[in-house]
Design a protein around this ligand. Structure first.
Ligand SMILES: NC(=O)c1ccc[n+]([C@@H]2O[C@H](COP(=O)([O-])OP(=O)(O)OC[C@H]3O[C@@H](n4cnc5c(N)ncnc54)[C@H](O)[C@@H]3O)[C@@H](O)[C@H]2O)c1
Length: 333
């Protein structure tokens, strides 16, 4: 499969894109959907557009890889998943960091029993106090501003919890019980925005395999992107889940003599289980962008589902929405 082209309501952006990556410049979405050469549409629009663009694309009989989340509300996302299933179409959603070297190595290490039975996970997606950063000056390499006017009203959970949840669900299975608390602590720091959403979230998750997790997501606490898995025989940790090549470190349980509470050996790096993905997103974070689309193309050619299947993506969205709403204890998430 190859890149066929791009469409953006801002034609200059699509022009810049095809100028760099090649392909056709489409005049509108209808032109994309009418092109028999197009098998997969990557929906990279803002969250408010995800449902409409994905629905139109599925109705045109094409597969969709959507930026996260599938849709802003569960009803819309469920409708999209059902539509895809009815029509026999593949539907998948970012984040695709599950394909990173760090994630794949962690999954294999847990699966191979390197720390025995995994019992507990501590995950953080705290990106620092956004309100105190020069966010309005942030630009991509092509000079495009970071769209804080979209992201801040979506809230920290809807924007970022999926980065940890995807890894956890991939390792431990679906969430079966959960509780969450959210807060909006810096609501007075965004005078230019008419809507803001939770900037701090704590979740407590129990997974199908019995493991439990404490997850912190937000843009108030200082930067912390770690994931630590605690098992019967030691721990595995990744310092930064937003860096595809972040080392995976194991500390084995060792018996200490004497009066000490130390029981973990020095950290040892686990060799990466997979090579790096061939194209990396050239930014401050290495989010393995593109790997999800590549995996969907593989699934389309081979038959079967992508790793980030429609059901997987819907479950991650469901848990994110419950966390975002700050629900109390809920069963059968
Ligand atoms: N900014 C980030 O760091 C980042 C990282 C990962 C994922 N994402 C996700 O990617 C998506 C887009 O975010 P972004 O930061 O690239 O936003 P952006 O605003 O920079 O880009 C979105 C593009 O979509 C175009 N667009 C808007 N409506 C459209 C429509 N109906 N049809 C076609 N084009 C349309 C806009 O003109 C714009 O060029 C969001 O879902 C976001 O959650 C963003």
């Amino acid at each position: 499969m190859a890149l066929e082209g791009a469409f953006d309501i801002d034609a200059d952006r699509a022009r810049t894109f095809v100028g760099e990556f090649g392909g056709r410049l489409y005049a509108d979405l209808e032109a994309v959907l009418a092109d028999p050469g197009v098998a997969i549409v990557a929906n990279l629009t803002p969250v408010s557009q995800h449902y409409a663009v994905t629905k139109a694309t599925l109705l045109a009989g094409k597969y969709v890889y959507s930026e996260k989340p599938l849709a802003p509300v569960l009803e819309q996302a469920t409708e999209l998943v059902e539509l895809a299933k009815e029509r026999g179409l593949l539907l998948s959603s970012a984040p695709s960091t599950v394909f990173s070297q760090a994630a794949q190595t962690l999954f294999k290490a847990v699966g191979d029993g390197l720390i025995g039975t995994p019992r507990l996970a501590h995950g953080n997606l705290d990106m620092g106090a956004l309100a105190f950063m020069p966010y309005s000056e942030w630009r991509s390499r092509r000079g495009v501003p970071w769209p804080y006017w979209d992201e801040v009203p979506n809230g920290c959970v809807m924007e970022h919890a999926g980065y940890q949840l995807g890894w956890l669900v991939a390792m431990f299975g679906p969430v079966v019980r959960m509780a969450g608390h959210t807060a909006l602590l810096l609501d007075d720091k965004w005078p230019e925005l008419t809507k803001v959403a939770p900037d701090t979230s704590f979740g407590f998750l129990e997974f199908a395999n019995g493991a439990v997790c404490r997850i912190s997501t937000g843009w108030v606490a200082p930067v912390g992107m770690t994931l630590t898995i605690i098992g019967d025989q030691g721990t595995l940790s990744v310092r930064d889940v937003w860096q595809a090549s972040s080392p995976v470190l194991r500390r084995r349980n060792v018996m200490e003599s004497g009066k000490t509470n130390g029981y973990l050996a020095e950290a040892e790096q686990i060799p990466f289980a997979v090579p790096p993905v061939s194209h990396r997103y050239d930014d401050t974070h290495d989010l393995t962008a593109g790997a999800g689309i590549a995996d969907m193309a593989r699934a389309a050619l081979a038959g079967g589902q992508p790793f980030l299947s429609a059901d997987f993506s819907l479950h991650v969205l469901d848990v994110s929405l419950r966390l975002s709403e700050g629900w109390g204890v809920t069963e059968g998430a």
